[in-house]
Design a protein. Structure first.
Length: 143
């Protein structure tokens, strides 16, 4: 479950293998965050390189997109804010995907989906296939 500014998302999994866990996160795209300061702490050097040339509003938006991916993953594992955010490398171009991360954040075990939201919001659904390592595809109806 995730909520912000009067919008809530709840993710429910049906028919998935027992080791599969899910997490979801939503943020308002104009949330006042210190994107540069937070990027230094929570993004990988590759991720930071993709946002540094952008203007302030675009940096904040891109940071929040990375953040929803990482936060959704941390909810799936149960790590919460103790997750190794700065070591989770997310590629958000062409659809979010985990590029690299320490166990249990092994890329083959993860599927990330950008969730359709009301205008002005960003959200990500993370599906962790735990022990199985299988890929799971979500449809637009299930996301």
């Amino acid at each position: 479950m995730s909520h912000t500014r009067g919008v809530a998302l709840i993710a429910i999994a049906r028919g998935l293998p027992p080791a599969t866990r899910i997490g979801i996160d939503i943020e308002h795209s104009d949330r006042g965050v210190g994107a540069d300061r937070l990027a230094a702490k929570f993004l990988t050097s590759r991720e930071r390189a993709t946002i540094e040339p952008l203007d302030a509003a675009a940096r904040r938006h891109r940071f929040l997109h990375h953040w929803t991916c990482k936060e959704a993953m941390s909810k799936a594992t149960g790590d919460g804010l103790a997750a190794p955010f700065g070591r989770l490398d997310i590629d958000i171009d062409g659809g979010p995907r985990l590029v690299a991360g320490p166990p249990p954040y092994d890329p083959p075990a993860w599927t990330l989906h950008a969730v359709e939201t009301p205008e002005g919001y960003l959200a990500t659904l993370a599906i962790w296939n735990g022990e199985t390592g299988l890929r799971t595809d979500a449809t637009s109806e299930s996301v």
